[in-house]
Design a protein around this ligand. Structure first.
Ligand code: ADP
Ligand code: MG
Length: 281
């Protein structure tokens, strides 16, 4: 049960245990007044929000608002200028072992001299015994639609297949939280749709917490349990929006729902206003 879910009054009264679960949702990741400057330029001006275990949170903001910067600070890949990230109660000062990142640029994230299988296996070596790995690799390749393709090299695959492989690598490692930075920005529209649904499916299957950064409003509302909308740089959180669209979602029905259109319009307005207030760089 997610912290962001709300209950109608009557339901809350008749199902107190559900309300209790909402209150007790475990906070996994906390961004506390995160700030980041590059030289004299302030990009993050105190970003503050929390992610609960099992949540799918989309962080959406205009290009240049500092989404990648924020994600790197969350992952312990970049030291903030102020504030901190806390993961399971510990301040993040280096990438936590229970966290994996999928970047936008799959062509640079897969090692070209290794097969898909070897790429997926690489981070697992620190976590799983050798005998455990083959079954796990086979199952994630199957889950991302690359069953039987483990012997291919990245350069033998399309962009969409490479990004599936990068997602498989993140999943095989079985992180507690998967951070994704605009992972579908570089693939064609049809592949993007397939990959969005793939992420929703594997999220259920592998029971993961996902933080998904995107500038795409439709994608954010379609995927998320909650959308965190960023202002333009210098960046803060302009709003947290709970997305109560029914699960499981699908590209046709979900996007026809009046609530989907309403949420989309709300995020759109916020982004437009963020753009008009952002410092032009
Ligand atoms: P987004 O991912 O939202 O497009 P970024 O986090 O990549 O935004 O970048 C935010 C701003 O910080 C941009 O103006 C970008 O040019 C600047 N920036 C990003 N990385 C660096 C860096 N290493 N040094 C200096 N400026 C940077
Ligand atoms: Mg970026």
């Amino acid at each position: 049960m997610k912290m962001t879910e709300t209950y109608p009054q009557d339901k809350a009264r008749t199902a107190p245990e559900a309300g209790a679960a909402v209150v007790n949702a475990e906070v996994l990741l906390q961004l506390q007044e995160l700030q980041k400057n590059y030289g004299h330029v302030q990009i993050l001006a105190g970003v503050d929000f929390e992610i609960c275990r099992g949540e799918f949170v989309c962080v959406v903001g205009p290009s240049g608002s500092g989404k990648t910067t924020l994600l790197k600070c969350m992952a312990g890949l970049l030291e903030p200028s102020g504030g901190q990230t806390v993961f399971e109660g510990q301040q993040v000062t280096e990438p936590p072992a229970k966290l994996a990142v999928v970047f936008q640029d799959y062509s640079r994230s897969l090692l070209p001299w290794m097969t898909v299988w070897q790429n997926v296996e690489l981070p697992m070596k620190n976590k799983f015994a050798k005998a455990e790995r083959p079954a796990r690799i086979e199952s994630v390749l199957e889950a991302v639609g690359l069953g039987g393709k483990g012997s291919l090299y990245p350069w033998q695959m399309s962009g969409g297949m490479q990004q599936r492989a990068a997602i498989a690598r993140g999943l095989a490692y079985q992180p507690d939280v998967l951070l994704m930075d605009e992972p579908f920005a570089a693939v064609d529209a049809q592949t993007r749709i397939e990959l969005e649904d793939l992420v929703l499916r594997v999220r259920q299957e592998f029971d993961m917490t996902v933080v998904f950064v995107t500038h795409d409003i439709d994608e954010a509302v379609y995927l998320a349990d909650r959308v965190v909308v960023l202002s333009g740089a210098p960046t803060t959180v302009s709003r947290n929006i709970a997305v109560d669209l029914p699960q499981p979602r699908n590209q046709r029905d979900t996007k026809l729902l009046p609530e989907y259109a309403r949420l989309r319009a709300e995020v759109f307005e916020l982004i437009q206003s963020a753009k008009s207030h952002a410092t032009i760089r």
